[in-house]
Design a protein around this ligand. Structure first.
Ligand SMILES: *[C@@H]1O[C@H](CO)[C@@H](O)[C@H](O)[C@H]1NC(C)=O
Ligand SMILES: *[C@@H]1O[C@H](CO)[C@@H](O)[C@H](O)[C@H]1NC(C)=O
Ligand SMILES: *[C@@H]1O[C@H](CO)[C@@H](O)[C@H](O)[C@H]1NC(C)=O
Ligand SMILES: *[C@@H]1O[C@H](CO)[C@@H](O)[C@H](O)[C@H]1NC(C)=O
Ligand SMILES: *[C@@H]1O[C@H](CO)[C@@H](O)[C@H](O)[C@H]1NC(C)=O
Ligand SMILES: *[C@@H]1O[C@H](CO)[C@@H](O)[C@H](O)[C@H]1NC(C)=O
Ligand SMILES: *[C@@H]1O[C@H](CO)[C@@H](O)[C@H](O)[C@H]1NC(C)=O
Length: 366
């Protein structure tokens, strides 16, 4: 375990040095003092929480080739290397957040509650959906309160940033289960998801959180796994999933726009992940990739499944030699290189990509 942390830190140090701009490390550390990062999410943001759940399901990301870019340390991250919240933590001069369920973690820089397969609604069993993630957050708040007292904890939460990636699995589950749903049914489901998500945000606000950052729902119909499941689309993005994601993103944007009037001091950021990822898939060379359609790792059409050997670890799969040429590492998850680009957009993107504030601005607010 200690070895893993050490190796991660080596990568991190290099990344930090490479990405550090103008201001000195010490100064920035001081600026963001006691501004923590709390992460809620699905597989895109999960640093390895699922391996600590009592589930009979195998976590493929705890073995090779996941983590192949981190000196072969498979941490549970569904990528060849680091994921988006890791890069955000580094940009904020915080430590990379370990899984909140990892024994012995402290919360001096925040906590990561994300769980692969997690949704807003209880769409998947055996993983941590939003309700469980909020429950664990409240437990962490209790521990902070014991350490700092109620008043100081509230102040810390007000300064801290809450980063979200949730919703994709809700639409993934609905559209695979009901491929022939009507527009009215899709709308009703979307309202349920956005309503529950908004309620979750209000809970965080009530406890003290003020700065919320979102990655919106991605172009689900364009990921290799979905394209593999619907070969009749001949490799183009599967429509139902795209339409539903767009509906969600519009509703989320409207819901957040209205919150600050009801919740004084509430500030937010939405990163247009949908557009950013779709553009990389369709125009990979524009962003320094060679391949946007086929995943680096996996088998079947577009290498859409079985990276790492699938559910039993025994399935054959292909593996590319250079993940940084690929947008996707496996059928549903991007490479470290893509993650780094996306994280940079979240951190300092301009308002047509990340707005009304970017995450750097959220951290900079007192
Ligand atoms: C998993 O199960 C063990 C033993 O049954 C129990 O002690 C532990 O608390 C459980 N962990 C979680 C995360 O539910
Ligand atoms: C990582 O593991 C693979 C497969 O076991 C091996 O071929 C490779 O040499 C290892 N790389 C490092 C950096 O240890
Ligand atoms: C929290 O854990 C990190 C990583 O293990 C460690 O570097 C840091 O010193 C710890 N902080 C406290 C206050 O124990
Ligand atoms: C979603 O919100 C509805 C209405 O508030 C509530 O009844 C339901 O329990 C929530 N579902 C989940 C999974 O949070
Ligand atoms: C959806 O509609 C298609 C074409 O009408 C039909 O073949 C298929 O069985 C339907 N699927 C479900 C799950 O109802
Ligand atoms: C896929 O290709 C077939 C055969 O060329 C064609 O009939 C069908 O319309 C295409 N489907 C889509 C969604 O473009
Ligand atoms: C955002 O604006 C920049 C500069 O005007 C432009 O290059 C970029 O294409 C825009 N991005 C989107 C997603 O509209």
């Amino acid at each position: 375990m200690a070895g893993i942390n050490y190796c991660l830190c080596v990568t991190i140090l290099c990344t930090t040095l490479l990405s550090s701009s103008g201001s000195s490390y010490a100064q920035s550390k001081e600026e963001h003092k006691n501004k923590l990062l709390f992460v809620f999410g699905d597989s895109l943001f999960d640093p390895g929480n699922n391996q600590y759940l009592n589930s009979s399901r195998r976590s493929p990301a705890t073995s090779w080739p996941y983590g192949m870019g981190l000196n072969n340390h498979s941490t549970g991250r569904l990528s060849d290397g680091l994921i988006v919240p890791d890069f955000i933590a580094l940009s904020a001069r915080l430590q990379v957040l370990p899984p909140v369920l990892q024994p012995g973690v402290n919360f001096s820089d925040g906590a990561n509650f994300a769980s692969a397969g997690g949704g807003v609604l209880d769409t998947h069993i055996g993983v941590m959906n939003m309700g469980t993630q909020l429950y664990n957050f409240k437990k962490v708040v209790n521990m902070l309160t014991k350490k700092y007292g109620e008043e100081e904890t509230k102040k810390i939460l007000m300064r801290s940033v809450f980063l979200f990636s949730l919703g994709g699995n809700d639409y993934f589950a609905f559209n695979t289960e009901y491929p022939n749903s009507t527009q009215a049914e899709r709308m009703a489901y979307m309202r349920l998801v956005v309503g529950n998500l908004t309620n979750g945000l209000k809970e965080i606000y009530a406890i003290g959180g003020r700065k919320i950052a979102f990655q919106n729902v991605g172009p689900l119909g364009c990921v290799p796994t979905i394209k593999m499941m619907y070969p009749e689309f001949n490799g183009s993005c599967v429509r139902n999933f795209m339409v539903h994601g767009k509906l969600h993103n519009k509703a989320l944007s409207n819901a957040l726009k209205n919150l600050p009037t009801k919740l004084p001091g509430f500030k937010y950021s939405i990163f247009d992940y949908y557009t950013a990822l779709e553009d990389r898939i369709k125009n990979p060379t524009k962003y320094g990739f060679k391949e946007g359609y086929v995943a680096c790792c996996g088998s079947g059409l577009y290498n859409g499944r079985n990276c790492g050997g699938g559910d039993d670890g025994k399935q054959a799969y292909n593996l590319c030699s250079n993940p940084s040429q690929y947008v996707f590492f496996d059928g549903g998850h991007t490479t470290e290189k893509t993650n780094h680009q996306l994280a940079n957009l979240i951190w300092s993107g301009i308002p047509n990509v990340t707005g009304p504030y970017n995450v750097k601005q959220l951290f900079d607010f007192p």
